[in-house]
Design a protein around this ligand. Structure first.
Ligand code: URA
Ligand code: SF4
Length: 214
């Protein structure tokens, strides 16, 4: 470690992820992460939240403005809609762990005001941040992973993953962990036909519910 610190830091989060892990240790360590440049001008790194016994791990894209301030994932409108949809298919809050592919908020500032406008992370950010997700996954060891949107889907299923074609399918990671991909809840909120978009989102989550042995 001492030798390495004299050199240029390796790109990516790996060197900041502690070896002995519990969630609070991870959360604290992530605040010091310089694995890519997204930490700049943010409030904090936002790690996942929920049960470590979670049967379902849900993965979004990155914290938004509200999540950056609160230090918690999915606390804004998209999160409220996600909670409602999970409730509809009978997946309980304490069966879930909710997190993001990327742990810092990427944004641009619009005009002279302070408004921070969401910008999607690049592939390089997603790759750099992956060790934090892997650490969360090792802690939770879920029965099913749910990717919310293209970013999380591509991170876990590869660049050929297409959410429009493969949503609701039962897929798996290389190690056999089941994965179901669906759209990002924000896209449901943005669409003109919100009712049918929401119904399709709930139908995808229902696939997940059916995979959990009760
Ligand atoms: N969108 C995400 O992808 N994650 C959040 O935590 C909030 C909004
Ligand atoms: Fe580290 Fe991820 Fe934040 Fe980049 S986005 S600085 S890799 S925690």
């Amino acid at each position: 470690m001492a030798q390495r610190s004299a050199r240029k830091p390796a790109a990516g989060a790996a060197r900041w992820v502690p070896e002995s892990m519990d969630l609070e240790t991870l959360r604290t360590a992530a605040q010091a992460c310089r694995g890519c440049d997204l930490y700049k001008d943010t409030t904090q790194a936002v790690l996942g939240e929920g049960s470590l016994d979670a049967r379902v791990v849900l993965v979004g894209e990155q914290p938004g403005d509200q999540e950056d301030r609160a230090g918690r994932p999915f606390v804004g409108p998209a999160g409220r809609m996600l909670d409602k949809a999970l409730d509809e298919v009978g997946i309980k809050r304490d069966e879930t762990f909710v997190t993001n592919a990327v742990k810092h908020f990427r944004f641009r500032r619009e005009g002279r005001g302070k408004r921070r406008i969401h910008e999607p992370p690049d592939v390089s950010h997603i790759r750099a941040c992956r060790p934090w997700f892997d650490a969360e996954l090792a802690l939770t060891d879920p029965d099913v992973i749910v990717t919310l949107g293209a970013t999380a889907g591509r991170m876990l299923l590869g660049s050929s993953y297409r959410v429009t074609k493969q949503r609701g399918d039962r897929l798996e990671l290389e190690d056999g962990t089941p994965v179901v991909g669906t759209v990002h809840p924000s896209s449901v909120l943005r669409t003109d036909d919100r009712k049918s978009a929401y119904a399709a989102f709930v139908a995808d989550l229902d696939v997940v519910a059916s995979m959990l042995e009760r």
